[in-house]
Design a protein around this ligand. Structure first.
Ligand code: SF4
Length: 363
């Protein structure tokens, strides 16, 4: 078995977070919330960056126990063709969205690297910001994606507990724990400008996973100091496989984690998705979270199909998402809720100004 990287057991910088997350901590949640809010206002202002996920394909060669797209599920399989992708992007643009996250399962013949590369190129023609959440790739493949217009990748370790990881990833390429750990660094080596890390809360001890996540982002920040970093806090949601969380995380603990990470990592983007309820998302806006998904569909073809489809097959497929979302408000409703808290929704927060060769993220 391959040895763990040294940074994963390096406790030199974990003091602040460990203290804030300790069950023995006597600091009330309200005090943490106030400090987190003050830091968020200083570093990010009263803003919330918005993005939408776009599922390109639900083919997958892996058997993650907690996922509705695992290869043993009876879910109908589908991938978007170029014209489908353009229709999806147009449906998203109509909602005002110009920052998207393209998703696929693990690499398969139906949805391989070439397919992903073509999809990124199509998306980059229409969107201001294109990120990818897909299978781990080589440095050369990440460089190709960056050249096609991909600026960010999201890759969650799911859990940093190696034994739990082994049990939950029943087969397929995702079973390789070390390869997945090393993926964000490969993406940055390949010229991808930002990486999003996270754990799927509920798979293992949440505080231990949070500490490992912190070590991971600190290691990447030390090595690739020019790179953008974000952290997500997804909790387990109902899905086709019916997997139930053995380590449920309640609202109180999730809020504590968000505040603790904001205090420990003042400049890191913290992300909260539509897995969470409208009430919880509204509560966290301005208190630490700086980026949220909106109008999410976890089905392939969920946006255009939702508007236009009439045929039965497509509608059946639309019911088989990767997991159930919770906050199903429209972009308009969600933005109105943000504005009622004096938070400005941001649909586009940067303009590409440099088209030369990739700058090294290290020096
Ligand atoms: S989590 Fe990803 S890799 Fe695992 S089964 Fe689902 S789509 Fe496949």
């Amino acid at each position: 078995m391959q040895a763990l990287p040294e940074w994963l057991t390096d406790n030199r910088e974990t003091g602040t977070l460990a203290t804030l997350l300790s069950p023995a901590s006597t600091r009330p949640l309200e005090a943490l919330a106030a400090e987190s809010r003050a830091i968020t206002m200083r570093r990010f202002g009263r803003t919330m960056t918005l993005y939408a996920p776009l599922y390109l394909s639900n083919y997958c060669s892996s058997g993650c126990a907690y996922c509705g797209f695992a290869s043993d599920r009876k879910t109908p399989r589908r991938r978007l063709e170029p014209d489908d992708i353009r229709r999806e992007l147009d449906a998203l643009k109509k909602l005002g969205i110009s920052d998207i996250l393209l998703l696929t399962g693990e690499r398969t013949a139906a949805a391989d690297f070439d397919y992903l590369q073509r999809s990124v190129a199509i998306a980059a023609e229409k969107m201001q910001k294109v990120s990818v959440e897909a299978f781990p790739m080589s440095i050369a493949e990440y460089k190709t994606l960056a050249d096609c217009g991909c600026t960010g990748i999201t890759i969650y370790q799911e859990t940093y507990n190696r034994e739990r990881y082994e049990a939950l990833h029943r087969w397929g390429p995702k079973k390789d724990f070390i390869d997945r750990l090393e993926t964000p660094a490969r993406a940055l080596e390949g010229g991808i400008k930002s990486v999003g890390l996270g754990v799927l809360l509920g798979l293992s001890d949440p505080v231990e996973d949070a500490m490992s996540l912190y070590r991971h982002i600190r290691y990447l920040g030390r090595t690739y100091w020019r790179a953008g970093m974000s952290l997500s806090f997804p909790r387990m949601r109902p899905q086709t496989g019916g997997y139930e969380s053995p380590f449920p995380v309640d609202d109180h603990l999730l809020a504590r984690m968000i505040f603790a990470f904001r205090i420990a990592l003042p400049d890191t983007e913290l992300v909260l998705s539509t897995r969470e309820s409208a009430t919880f998302r509204d509560g966290m806006a301005g208190l630490g979270i700086t980026r949220m998904s909106i109008e999410s569909r976890t089905t392939v073809g969920g946006y255009y199909d939702n508007e236009e489809a009439t045929d039965k097959t497509t509608k059946e497929n639309s019911d088989q998402g990767q997991f159930e979302i919770c906050d199903d408000r429209t972009a308009k409703e969600f933005c109105a809720a943000l504005r009622s808290q004096n938070i400005v929704p941001i649909f586009k927060n940067w303009e590409p100004v440099y088209n030369g060769p990739s700058l090294s993220l290290k020096s």
